[in-house]
Ligand binder design. Structure first.
Ligand code: NAP
Ligand code: ZN
Ligand code: ZN
Length: 352
């Protein structure tokens, strides 16, 4: 029996999201059926709903910061049972055999991961679904290997955004070896940025936030930042030259990055996380003079996502959220475009 699912979907790039319903598959032997309680609103959802990246197939149900409760499991499922608190992030499947999948880096799956929404749905045929549909909905069915356990100490609503904003910032902090004594700058204090600050501080780093205004200064300090700079302030940027081992750049729009490279110490790296589609000039000389790097990073693997959730539980970390009813999603997108989010909208599916 297909699972009747209610949702909010984008139907065209220039139209507001609207109520929509469709069927999810009944759990197969390896599947976990989940009642979605909360779903975070990531800026990537907005990029896809508005077709910023090109190629969006409508109607599309965004949402890849899913927290909920298991309602049924298939016969092969051993890791989860009815009633468990679980999460689903940005992917629901991958090839499982390529080198990346074998290393637990499913996000870099060579033939391509199956994203939670907008990917070809490998298992949707029985309910007539060609593409995957995400978490702005009340039900989802996911293979057990792509389901995460949410530790009991983290409330489900504040846990939801960890499934993307949390792992996307945790992964580069780990990859670039952040620990006690590291000097980390975070550019952009939005959903990703605020998690980067909390996680880096918990890892022992000295954290600086670079923001477009001083509106979020007190919040940044409360989250664990020691310093706060406005990135249009040329004097402050000059004073911060060569200070940082790692810059986590979470800005969601094309912006000037060349001046940020001078903030890196020798061998420092700036990791780009924002899904921007236009080029942003960088110059060779500031890079080569200090062996600096510009890098990128995409979410994180399943194993690392569980590690991040457990790290958050251990350190008492969760997201700063504003819980809203799903029918306020269009207003949430408008506020997100004005950088007016503190620091993640979370849809409460009970209000669907
Ligand atoms: P968000 O909550 O909207 O935060 C973005 C922040 O960027 C804003 O709060 C603002 O910070 C700053 N900003 C926005 N426009 C700017 C501009 N024109 N110039 C300078 N700064 C600007 O977005 P998010 O959900 O954190 O996502 C951030 C980006 O990461 C998005 O592009 C998203 O699609 C992408 N993303 C990537 C991955 C990945 O795997 N790499 C995963 C998730 C999301 P201030 O107010 O502090 O200036
Ligand atoms: Zn996301
Ligand atoms: Zn693979």
């Amino acid at each position: 029996m297909p699972i009747a699912t209610r949702a909010f979907a984008a139907v065209a790039a220039d139209q507001p999201l609207e109520p929509w319903s469709f069927d999810r598959r009944d759990p197969g032997p390896d599947d976990v059926a989940i009642e979605i309680k909360y779903c975070g609103v990531c800026h990537s959802d907005l990029h896809v709903a508005k077709n910023d990246l090109g190629g969006t197939r409508y109607p599309i149900v965004p949402g890849h910061e899913i927290a909920g409760v298991v309602t049924a499991v298939g016969s092969n499922v051993t890791r989860f049972k009815e009633g468990d608190r679980v999460g689903v992030g940005c992917m629901v499947d991958s090839c499982r055999t390529c080198a990346a999948c074998q290393e637990g880096l499913e996000q870099y799956c060579e033939p391509g991961m199956t994203q939670t929404y907008g990917s070809a749905d490998r298992k949707g045929a029985e309910v007539g679904q060609k593409i995957t549909q995400g978490g702005y909905s009340d039900r989802i069915t996911v293979d057990q290997n792509y389901v995460l356990s949410i530790p009991d100490s983290i409330p489900l609503d504040a846990a939801a955004p960890l499934l993307c904003a949390g792992i996307t910032t945790y992964s580069p902090l780990k990859t670039w070896g952040v620990g006690p004594g590291s000097k980390v700058a975070v550019v952009g204090l939005g959903g990703l940025g605020h998690m980067a600050v909390k996680l880096a501080a918990a890892m022992g780093a000295e954290v600086t936030v670079l923001s477009t205004s001083d509106r979020k200064k007190a919040d940044a300090e409360r989250m664990g930042a020691k310093h706060f700079l406005i990135n249009s302030d040329a004097d402050a940027m000059k004073a911060a030259a060569e200070k940082f081992d790692l810059i986590i750049n979470t800005v969601s729009a094309t912006h000037e990055i060349a001046s940020h490279l001078n903030l890196l110490a020798r061998d420092g790296t700036m990791v780009m996380l924002g899904l921007t589609t236009e080029g942003m000039p960088v110059f060779a000389i500031p890079l080569l003079m200090r062996r600096r790097r510009v890098a990128g990073s995409l979410i994180g693997g399943i194993r690392e996502t569980q590690e991040m959730l457990d790290f958050c539980a251990e350190h008492g970390i969760a997201c700063d959220i504003e819980v809203i009813a799903p029918d306020r999603i269009n207003e949430a997108y408008e506020r997100m475009l004005k950088s007016d989010v503190r620091y993640r909208f979370v849809l409460d599916m009970a209000q669907l």
